[in-house]
Design a protein. Structure first.
Length: 327
């Protein structure tokens, strides 16, 4: 796949919305891009102050980790579009994703977009996602979403044991830093991407119920359907304002593993009973996979054409059920 630069020249990336506000990932995405040999060339902010702050935060992270120079900054989308960039990472608020992805495609760039890929105020998410997937494919450009949990599946299997050939159920517990409908956008892409990685045959969400239960802000029960049969999915959400590590776990066919974060060095593990299995940082693995896709045109092993549209359709159905349950 062509990178759009001279042979042997390093890839250049730009980051939209790189400033670390609350749980922002900009400096860490820049770190992982740089570790893959990608030059983080420019960041785009909404104002001069936010763009400069983003460049400072990214520059500090790069200086500590890879020694790469700080990026340039701009608050002018036209200047960003005109820069010599092959990749764009869209980390801005979810309601702005579509506009930035469209501009990146017009500029001929590969895109990694933060989840949720599409969100309010946009409508017709599945149709829009399908259209974008088709246009990126026609342009021979990669369009990916920053869902990271599938990169934990090897550690999960090491902690809990081999999985069945056809997974019948998935449950996940998360503590997003949000409440109400926004929890759906913040959290649901994680179990949905896990479901697609475990069961690439899944086509649609055929039923969904959203309710509140004791000690949970929201419980989602859904049935997904594919060529290999149905899969049940349960998601338990408990919003939190805590800035520290938040609870996260998932179970596959009843075999649960909990995420453990070592406060000394922030290394990650999965714990199942007495078994503790180190887990590579899923963000680092996800970025490395995206860069590999761009360089070699190799898709993720569990993805197939139309996955983003299918996931958008499922997310849309859950969001509609949430609105109906909590008007």
């Amino acid at each position: 796949m062509s990178e759009g630069r001279g042979s042997g020249a390093p890839l250049r990336a730009g980051i939209v919305g790189a400033r670390r506000v609350r749980q922002g990932l900009g400096p860490f995405v820049a770190r992982d891009l740089s570790a893959c040999g990608v030059e983080v060339h420019m960041v785009l902010g909404t104002t001069e102050d936010t763009a400069r702050a983003a460049a400072d935060q990214v520059g500090e992270q790069l200086a500590r980790t890879t020694g790469a120079p700080p990026p340039r900054w701009t608050d002018d989308p036209d200047e960003f579009d005109a820069a010599d960039l092959q990749m764009a990472c869209v980390l801005s608020p979810a309601g702005t994703h579509l506009a930035h992805v469209e501009r990146a495609l017009a500029a001929g760039r590969h895109v990694l977009c933060e989840k949720p890929f599409l969100w309010e105020p946009e409508a017709r998410w599945s149709e829009t996602a399908a259209d974008l997937e088709a246009r990126f494919d026609a342009d021979q450009r990669i369009l990916a979403v920053n869902t990271q949990w599938p990169w934990s599946l090897d550690a999960h299997a090491a902690a809990t044991g081999p999985r069945a050939e056809t997974v019948g159920s998935l449950a996940m517990g998360l503590s997003p830093a949000s409440r109400g409908l926004q929890m759906i956008g913040d959290a649901l892409p994680h179990p949905l991407s896990l479901a697609q990685a475990l069961r690439p045959d899944l086509e649609r969400l055929v039923s969904v119920e959203v309710r509140a239960e004791a000690e949970q802000d929201m419980v989602i029960e859904a049935l997904l359907e594919g060529a290999d049969g149905p899969m049940r999915m349960q998601v338990l959400l408990c919003g939190t304002d805590s800035p520290g590590p938040r609870e996260a776990w998932y179970s596959v066919d009843g075999r649960r593993a909990d995420r453990v974060i070592d406060p000394a060095d922030y290394s990650l593990s999965l714990r199942a009973g007495e078994v503790l299995v180190p887990m590579p940082d899923p963000l680092t693995a996800r970025i490395a996979s995206f860069v590999d896709q761009v360089r070699r045109g190799r898709p993720c092993p569990w993805t197939r054409p139309g996955d983003l549209a299918r996931r958008a359709s499922m997310l849309e159905a859950v969001a509609a059920a949430c609105r109906a349950a909590h008007p």
